[in-house]
Design a protein around this ligand. Sequence first.
Ligand code: ARG
Length: 460
Amino acid sequence: MEKLWAGRTDGAISAAAESFNASISFDQKMIRQDITGSMAHAAMLAAQGIIAPAEGDAIIAGLEGILSDLESGALTVDPKAEDVHSFVEGVLTERLGDLGRKLHTARSRNDQVALDVRLYLRDEDEKLKDQLLSLLKTVYEKASETRDFVMPGYTHLQRAQPVTFAHHLLAYAQMFKRDLSWLSDAGKRMNICPLGACALAGTTFDTDRFFTAEKLGFDAPAANSLDAVSDRDFVVEHLALFSQMMMHLSRFCEEIVLWSSWEFGFVTLSDAFTTGSSIMPQKKNPDMAELIRGKTGRVYGDLMGILTTLKGLPLAYNKDMQEDKEALFDAAETVGACLTVFTPMLATLTPKPEAMKKAAGKGFINATDLADYLTKKGVPFRSAYKITGQIVTHCIEKGITLEEMPLTDYKTFSPLFEEDLYTEIDLLTCVKKRVSYGSTGPDSVKTQLADLASFLGLPS
Ligand code: ARG
């Protein structure tokens, strides 16, 4: 295929430079988007009288033919083409002759590639939104089933206060909702059309950039041609968002790894989402959760890569920018692949309420409630805190829990202790008494579930 740019040079590039320069191996992923963009461009050229209406129709029909031949397999991408734009234009020209050579009027690969990446991401965003919604639905279902499962809540990974498993899961629902909202926001900011900015300065042809922007579903054409071809902020923003999505999944996975260990035993994973060991017959390993945690590093790397590539680039287009795509595709596909595995892994995970309760019974996680008990009887919280601390030390020395200490012993610490303290420090009571908005208490969890159900359009 003749080089698009053979003119100033003879196009006889060295074989090493040619393969180094080529992006077809990865940018062919955007071939559908590239063709869609070209169709809109051809329609605009015809509508503006830059090419004849019949020429516009023939080019669009030619592009449609390429698309359907790609789908049927009658046409395959030539790995020797320089990039996806050259390939599509080359095939069109092979099929239509000189007419194919008119398509690139008032356009450059610089605005073309900036358009294709936006269209590609728009499609990826839709898939990720669906995946996040089905993950949220799974979180909702698991949380609905585990409202009475009391477990220790942790700070510093030390047992801190009792919470329910449902409340813990619903914390992740908040994170995934934020991811969804960022996806929509990023999509809105990205929805500006660079097509028609041409190489960098616009064009002498009487184009209608509003026409193409609208036809391609954009809110507006990019207002500055230099920015239109140089801007990769939407790539950076998406990679930051993908990094955050991975961070959320990774934290959840870390907990699943811990919870499924013998030490915790709070959950068991379905065999379908674990592997065994080639040597240790007893092993059931949470490989999927670990791999998702591991892949997080890779997506962070993609973000760092693009930030570093863009840093210091003068306006407008520079070939460095070709490096945006592999990182972006990799990150988008990695997040998608992680969600594909994570959601069913969560759906098939079995919580173990007995193990949670047992863990909650140790570690004095009701000590704050004991201090609150005294505070409600008039002791200043700081003093109540101190007395409770002494009681905990005493219990540790005796090897007993707060529930096991007799009232007579309690009275030696404060005469205000009465029999009702035992109900106050009962773990289920501790959870039930949490009445503040957003707390682990049953009313709050009920509200959180109802909010999530209405967000997802589910009957609550
Ligand atoms: N493959 C190129 C990229 O991904 C397309 C744009 C080429 N533009 C140019 N002026 N060489 O960035």
